[in-house]
Design a protein around this ligand. Structure first.
Ligand code: 9WN
Length: 425
């Protein structure tokens, strides 16, 4: 890639973050997602860190300003009213200030804090921010291990597809089909399909179930009992791998910041427990990693790109790298979120086939750390090419590379600045 092209793309990526900046937090995309999202903000902070470290820390600290007393970090913070998104605060009714949703999202925060700190130019500023954040990160990760794994099995549960951040993944099809739509489901109007083609979004049947789950958890005030009553209860391979990595990074932070009173033994215990429980994810026949359905005590039948987050967690090996290689051979651009040969593959529908820059980053970074440099580079180069040729889209068609979903998307811009656009000739 020519230097001028790269400079132009760097400038566009910075412009997108500035354009989506609402003062202390960044919206994922104008119109489509007008609030602060949990894992978006943490990953977007990596992009801010490339040119404004103070703004990067502010992004994460603003997010943690909405943390619940029990440690839960909500998946959406409704910092300011906006009628453009459904479901908004009037549906969630969590009674918090600022208003928030009542469920969480994958815990990438500690790993982003570590990454920004490791690369910081302003080291004292970075250490001070990481020190302020440490107890909050610890509380959130403890919440996962206690509230979402009350029996200490090592498998942490998600109770809503939105908690996985991979909303309409085919990995949830069977579990979601078992959720009966509430007979008293409140009528609602979707807003997403006013911004994006319906063929690139979840179906009406899926939304009815998403809203049924919200209605049910709301009736319980999102209390601790919902983990036992939830009709949808999955050990998402992505969330568990991301948490495993976050626990390792929390331990690293405790050492780096010299926090003598950090509960290192407790964190080490979480790590050991999760590592042991990872055996549930691996399908011995194919070698692929699947999510695990806790309601029926079986692996979810459809494997997705989420299984390759084992590399991000530091538990992927040569056999899984081989599987990744053949998965990549199925499409022009990698990594397709669903294998092209899978009957459920849909190349433009959201988490059912498209390529996502953030997934490529998490998997690619993990591959590089595990010594699978060639595969890591393939994911980075594909991501760079998709962005350079098609723009900063929410996701991409793995066949022809065209952009899908929202345009001028914050985390895609951030992935360019922090990863995909680096190390280019
Ligand atoms: C629901 C903001 C979020 C991402 C998720 C992505 C999508 C929301 C939606 O957008 O989810 O949380 O309304 O579709 O699936 O990963 O955090 O970018």
């Amino acid at each position: 890639m020519r230097q001028t092209t790269r400079e132009r793309l760097d400038a566009s990526a910075r412009e997108i973050l500035q354009e989506n900046d609402r003062g202390g937090y960044t919206v994922p995309a104008r119109g489509l997602y007008p609030f602060q999202w949990n894992w978006d903000s943490c990953l977007v902070a990596l992009g801010w860190a490339a040119f404004d470290e103070a703004r990067a820390w502010q992004e994460i600290e603003t997010l943690f300003g909405a943390q619940w007393d029990d440690g839960m970090l909500p998946h959406i913070v409704f910092q300011r009213p906006d009628p453009g998104y459904f479901p908004g605060p009037e549906v969630w009714r969590t009674g918090r200030t600022p208003a928030t949703s009542g469920i969480t999202q994958p815990p990438v925060a500690a790993s982003c804090v570590r990454r920004i700190l490791e690369r910081a130019r302003d080291r004292p500023g970075a250490e001070a921010a990481a020190r302020r954040l440490f107890p909050k990160l610890l509380a959130w990760q403890r919440w996962f291990h206690c509230m979402r794994d009350p029996d200490g099995s090592g498998l942490v549960a998600v109770l809503h597809p939105w908690e996985t951040g991979m909303d309409n993944s085919p990995a949830w099809d069977e579990a979601l089909a078992r959720v009966d739509v509430a007979p008293d489901l409140e009528p609602y109007t979707r807003r997403d399909t006013q911004h994006v083609a319906a063929a690139e979004r979840p179906t009406a049947a899926e939304y009815d179930r998403y809203m049924t789950l919200v209605q049910l958890y709301r009736a319980h005030h999102y209390g601790p009992e919902i983990v036992r009553q939830a009709p949808f209860r999955i050990a998402d391979v992505a969330t568990n791998c991301i948490l495993l990595r976050a626990d390792r990074d929390l331990l690293w932070l405790a050492g780096r910041l010299g926090l003598d009173d950090a509960p290192r033994a407790e964190i080490a215990g979480w790590i050991a427990r999760t590592e042991a429980a990872c055996a549930h994810f691996r399908d011995p026949a194919s070698g692929l990693w699947h999510s695990y359905d806790l309601r029926v005590d079986a692996r979810a039948p459809t494997p997705t790109h989420a299984g390759f987050l084992a590399f991000w967690a530091g538990v992927g090996g040569a056999a899984l790298a081989d599987r990744l290689e053949s998965w990549l051979a199925g499409t022009r651009y990698g990594l397709a979120s669903v294998r092209a040969e899978d009957p459920r593959f849909e190349r433009r529908r959201y988490w059912r086939g498209p390529v996502w820059a953030i997934a490529n980053f998490l998997i690619g970074a993990g591959l590089a750390e595990s010594g699978f440099d060639r595969l890591a580079d393939r994911l980075r180069k594909d991501t760079a090419e998709l962005i350079a040729e098609h723009g900063f889209f929410e996701y991409f068609d793995p066949g022809d590379g065209s952009g899908c979903g929202g345009d001028r998307f914050s985390w895609t811009a951030a992935m360019w600045l922090a990863w995909a656009g680096r190390e280019l000739a």
